[in-house]
Design a protein around this ligand. Structure first.
Ligand SMILES: [Zn+2]
Length: 94
């Protein structure tokens, strides 16, 4: 069974749960174990391949120069530049 990371948007409390895949969203529907805030818990992906999904939920994404730089590179990559994906990336992240 994989371990999933979760983080509370309100108090920044981070925790891990060891859950079967079909239950991996369960903690996001539970109150934060620290501040008891409801609907504040986000799933934080630790898998590098899913890095982007995690960052789209990150309120600090636009302040992170490394992230912007990475998205800039993606938008200029062959197969992305000049397509709707480039516009999408620029609209969303840059
Ligand atoms: Zn919390």
């Amino acid at each position: 069974m994989p371990t999933y990371d979760y983080k509370c948007r309100k108090c920044n409390h981070a925790f891990e749960e060891f859950l079967p895949m079909h239950k991996c969203n369960a903690p996001t529907e539970m109150p934060c174990p620290e501040c008891k805030c409801k609907e504040c818990v986000d799933k934080a992906f630790s898998t590098p391949g899913l890095h982007l999904d995690r960052r789209t939920n990150d309120v600090t994404k636009n302040k992170d120069p490394q992230f912007k730089e990475a998205m800039e590179r993606v938008s200029k990559a062959a197969g992305v530049k000049g397509t709707k994906y480039e516009r999408e990336i620029k609209g969303k992240y840059l």
